[in-house]
Unconditional design. Structure first.
Length: 89
């Protein structure tokens, strides 16, 4: 039925817009700054927290992680983020 298809399309569009709005309103867990929806300088953890890559740096040497093809790979990432938020990374 055409009306059911239109309703499904409207629902999908509303869901997409809602997801984009949530992503664009994300704030960095470290600095509290805004992380854009398509920001190259931010990443999102599975628990939903978002961080700027530039905020995720070693307090001793200043090194930041390097993205590999749009993916940030780091052993023990979650525990390092926890340490960062405690001011111990």
């Amino acid at each position: 039925c055409a009306s059911a298809e239109r309703a499904a399309a409207r629902a999908a569009e509303a869901e997409r817009a809602s997801a984009e709005e949530a992503a664009s309103a994300a704030t960095c867990a470290a600095c509290g700054g805004t992380c854009g929806a398509n920001s190259e300088d931010a990443f999102q953890l599975l628990d939903g927290r978002v961080l700027h890559v530039s905020c995720f740096k070693c307090s001793k040497c200043g090194a930041t992680p390097v993205a590999n093809g749009g993916t940030l790979q780091m052993p023990l990432l979650r525990s390092k983020v926890e340490a960062l938020l405690r001011g111990e990374y």
